[in-house]
Write a protein that binds this ligand. Structure first.
Ligand code: PGA
Length: 250
């Protein structure tokens, strides 16, 4: 049984005050969840403060903090980057290879591969994001090929711990999500390259209205949410949808 993970990626949003209010509301609202893991990924400059006031690493079984990105080196002359050791002090998860990192900042598969290993070495759970730019006849084959390349030498136990987020780029922030059937089909194929224990999320215009239709699919183990995670009410409604699906014995 895979515990659903509902992850909010706040991206480059929130002031310091807004981040505190949002984290506080999500913490309060997630106290009653027993069957889902709730994850907040705020901008890195707010991580330490949110960890200090609301979610210290390892404090809760159902509420976690994640970083949106990190570099793979331990320390040194890498202006603007944050290291795995820094992330580990405040967070349990890290997003690796979000499409905005690959498209806007040019991150490629070799870098993502190094970041994955660095996350495992520091006991940070990586959430590897992958998704096709356009839906074509070959997009699924290409997706499988890039997943295989990035995870090529992970140990079996690492493949079980890894979280993968399938995020079709055309669905991110567009208001047009994939259909749940299509997401299920792709995620089922990706699972064939991973393990039965690996959690695979869907991301791309997920919201409170469509959350249940995704998480009730047999292979979809949660959501990676951008826009709708900035509103505590809608984010918590999506967590509730996942909790309800578990309780209804998907
Ligand atoms: P969205 O973003 O929910 O705003 O489409 C998803 C993501 O980029 O993780």
């Amino acid at each position: 049984m895979r515990t659903p993970l509902i992850a909010g990626n706040w991206k480059m949003n929130t002031s310091r005050a807004e981040a505190g209010v949002l984290a506080g509301a999500i913490k309060a609202g997630s106290e009653n969840f027993d069957h889902v893991e709730v994850l907040m990924c705020p901008p890195s400059v707010w991580l330490a403060e949110i960890a200090h006031h609301y979610v210290a690493r390892g404090q809760f079984r159902h509420l976690y903090l994640g970083a949106q990105n990190m570099y793979y080196e331990e320390k040194g002359a890498f202006t603007g980057e944050i290291s795995p050791g820094m992330v580990k002090e405040v967070a349990s998860y890290v997003l690796i290879g979000h499409s905005e990192r690959t498209h806007v900042f040019g991150e490629g598969p070799d870098l993502l591969h190094l970041k994955l290993h660095a996350a495992f070495e520091h006991d940070i759970t990586p959430i590897l994001c992958i998704g096709e730019d356009k839906r074509t006849d070959t997009s699924l084959r290409n997706l499988v090929h890039s997943l295989d390349y990035i995870i090529k030498d992970l140990e079996p136990y690492q493949l079980e711990t890894l979280v993968v987020a399938y995020e079709p780029v055309w669905a991110i922030g567009s208001g047009t999500p994939a259909t749940p059937d299509y997401a299920q089909e792709v995620i089922h194929t990706l699972r064939g390259r991973l393990t039965p224990k690996t959690r695979i999320l869907y991301g791309g215009s997920a919201n409170a209205d469509n959350a249940r239709s995704f998480v009730s699919q047999p292979d979809i183990d949660g959501l990676l949410i951008g826009g709708a995670s900035l509103n505590a009410t809608s984010f918590l409604a999506m967590c509730q949808a996942a909790e309800d699906v578990v309780l209804s014995d998907k």
